[in-house]
Design a protein around this ligand. Sequence first.
Ligand code: COA
Length: 255
Amino acid sequence: MYNNIISEKQGVVQIITLNREDKLNALNIELIQEIGQEVARLNKEKSVRGIILTGKGTKAFAAGADISEFANFNSSQAKEMSASGGKVFDSIEASAIPVIAAVNGFALGGGCELTMSCHVRIASENAKFGQPEVNLGVPPGYGGTQRLAQIIGKGRALDMLITAKSIDAQTALDFGLVTKVVSLEDLLPTCITYVEKLAGKSPLAIAEVIKCTNALYENTDGFIYEIDSFATSFETSDFKEGTTAFLEKRKPNYS
Ligand code: COA
């Protein structure tokens, strides 16, 4: 069904694997669109409680946008590439189902940007993050200047962006770019367990948490947004189930 990704369901977890191992999973335009289609499809699947994005192989999550594809682009082609790809990255960030980046090696350029559009990043010890675009004579084009500063702060972000340097997994943990570092062999099991734990929580409330948190970075008053979100949640079956289960001293069962 897809040429550049593999998407597999394991219980409540959907694992999307970037499948261009011989090119270190470099992100060509088609691959990015395929991720967008798959995330949109999964957002209609009620049985999926979390999406894991990872790269094929042991070396790379993704070593960036596919340089061989865009090397001869003119400015309007570059604009189309950045805008259409950016929409996919935005859709991942806006996904009502949490998306976890299982970062299994190089996450450079577009690869780093892709991890940053995910809600949570967990890395293997060999992971490396960087935005080396200035080496190629361009700034990042998939939101890197914005999301890196949002996640690790402007000073650290600019240091990485202007020097093109990579940081290792431990530094990424210190910077708050990832929330956990595990061995490569433990990476996928850790991410799967993470999603399985989410399955015990209210999917509607999780979706609202994502929307409210994203509101902080949009041209909207997130505090007002949160009040409305909190209020509407009182009308949901998840709220009834969550509070009833607490009072009945049992685990909630969210359908
Ligand atoms: N776009 C296209 N192809 C890429 C790529 C990218 N971003 N990153 C790696 N590849 C390809 C290489 O061209 C090579 O293909 P080949 O075997 O057909 O020659 C293959 O993936 C393996 O990469 P290679 O460079 O041989 O691996 P390495 O271990 O020596 O180096 C990196 C790994 C990540 C340091 C190096 O591949 C690199 O610098 N990649 C580009 C990183 C970058 O600038 N990303 C931002 C792009 S906007």
